[in-house]
Design a protein around this ligand. Structure first.
Ligand SMILES: Nc1ncnc2c1ncn2[C@@H]1O[C@H](COP(=O)(O)OP(=O)(O)OP(=O)(O)O)[C@@H](O)[C@H]1O
Ligand SMILES: CC(C)(CO)[C@@H](O)C(=O)NCCC(=O)O
Length: 331
């Protein structure tokens, strides 16, 4: 009898994410998770609240206190242990001066699930810990092929799929970061022009932490046919987070964001979506539905959700983006 049949017959659920006894994860309700910050004097100062508000993110401050403070405390414990390990290795190897490399956190999840928002909040919270004053944030959007290339390759309706990224450039960037290099350029993407910004870069200069956010960060890659030795993105991560929610919720958030952008960014004549600012609401909604169904939902099912079990931590969101469950990998 094979293992799967045995498991079925024993009544053990095959979905390992659901049963703690057979899962590599521990599960916490939002309230249980919130308690993990209770024994530290971890509150938000007026100044921090102001800084978080100035990010213009809709995130609720109670939610920051409830979920993201505990998370930043856990991450900071990981950062501190890796710094101690680094010092011990330096002594072990008898090195006088070794280059400390950034602690890299990967954030994965669907389009519109809230990766950028979470990443910005974590950047603010993590930079207040003494061990990590300098936190940089990079999104994988900058590593998309330019529209000219996507058009030539007939990939415009596959933006965000694995083949739409310049993987060699992305891996070269992460290798340079993890090699401890100074002044590493990361290409930039504009959601306004819907394209990579030619010759514009964000320079990453040896931060304590690099947050690397994008739909594709936990994806494995095909083994090269020519036997070349190649890493995959997550090889460079010290910790990874997957932001999760029911398809239908993410769908609603995507369409809502699109409809909200019609009142703001799309009105800019430079916006790639400018034409959708003036069409009727019904037609605009149909466009958003089409983009979701034909591109982003397909990508979620085929290429993003299957990477969820690779994350160290999964944040499960419900209505209004409120986190309902936290799954943390057992060490
Ligand atoms: N914690 C939150 N509370 C309330 N609204 C949120 C929260 N997080 C994200 N949102 C809203 O949900 C939408 C998607 O969020 P965001 O742009 O951060 O997603 P994303 O995963 O980075 O998307 P993309 O991959 O398209 O860049 C936005 O309209 C954002 O304002
Ligand atoms: C740039 C990505 C792939 C990821 O952020 C996404 O925002 C996107 O543009 N998806 C393609 C379909 C769409 O326009 O929603």
């Amino acid at each position: 009898m094979n293992r799967e049949t045995k498991l079925k017959e024993s009544g053990i659920p095959l979905d390992h994410l659901q049963n703690e006894d057979y899962s590599p994860y521990r599960f916490f309700s939002a309230d249980e998770w919130a308690k993990f910050r209770a024994d530290t004097p971890l509150t938000l100062s007026e100044d921090e609240v102001r800084r978080l508000r100035s990010l213009n993110d809709p995130i609720d401050l109670d939610e920051v206190r409830r979920i993201y403070l505990s998370l930043s405390r856990l991450l900071s414990a990981h950062v501190e242990s890796s710094q101690i390990l680094f010092e011990q290795r330096k002594r072990f190897l008898n090195l006088a001066d070794d280059q400390k490399t950034p602690f890299v956190i990967g954030i994965a999840g669907s389009v519109a699930v809230g990766k950028s928002t979470t990443a910005r909040v974590l950047k603010e919270l993590l930079s207040r810990w003494p061990s990590s004053p300098k936190v940089d944030l990079i999104t994988t959007d900058g590593f998309l092929h330019p529209n000219a290339v996507l058009q030539r390759e007939n990939l415009m309706d596959r933006k965000g799929f694995p083949q739409s990224y310049n993987m060699p450039a992305l891996l070269k960037f992460l290798s340079a970061i993890k090699a401890g290099q100074a002044l590493v350029p990361a290409p930039l993407y504009s959601h306004l022009t819907y394209d990579v910004l030619p010759d514009q870069f964000q320079i990453v200069d040896r931060p304590d932490i690099l947050i690397f956010e994008g739909i594709n960060v936990l994806q494995p890659r095909d083994l090269p046919a020519d036997g070349k030795i190649v890493p995959m993105v997550s090889d460079f991560f010290d910790f990874s987070i997957y932001i999760d929610a029911e398809e239908e919720l993410i769908h609603n958030w995507y369409v809502k964001r699109f409809m909200d952008l019609r009142q703001t960014a799309f009105k800019n004549p430079q916006s790639f979506f400018n034409r959708y600012a003036t069409i009727s609401e019904t037609s605009a909604r149909a466009i958003a539905e089409g983009l979701w169904q034909n591109i982003n939902l397909k990508n979620l099912r085929q290429n993003i959700l299957p990477t969820r079990p690779r994350a160290d931590l999964i944040l499960q969101k419900g209505e209004n983006h409120l986190v309902e469950k936290v799954s943390l990998r057992k060490l």
